[in-house]
Design a protein. Sequence first.
Length: 95
Amino acid sequence: ADPYLKSAGISSDWPYGRGCWQSDDGQCIIWFGEEDQLRIMCMKKGTKLNEVFERLNKMLQVVESIEGIKFARSDKYGYVTSCPTNLGTGMRASA
């Protein structure tokens, strides 16, 4: 495990409590028990980022609708994560 994550106690249960789901088309992945506990990713070749964002948004809505799921959120900083660079929306996009 990454030494910085280890020093923060983030990877203390590694490799237990981890999981992964992948869509049938392989374009969407959800990692459970990852660095920030949950990582939702959508990928698609091409230049239509709005299509990827719309699919990602639908996936997030489904995850947020699961009973018992709550995300740490601050009115000042947005979503709180274990990595300061992911504060706010916690979203990263690349093309």
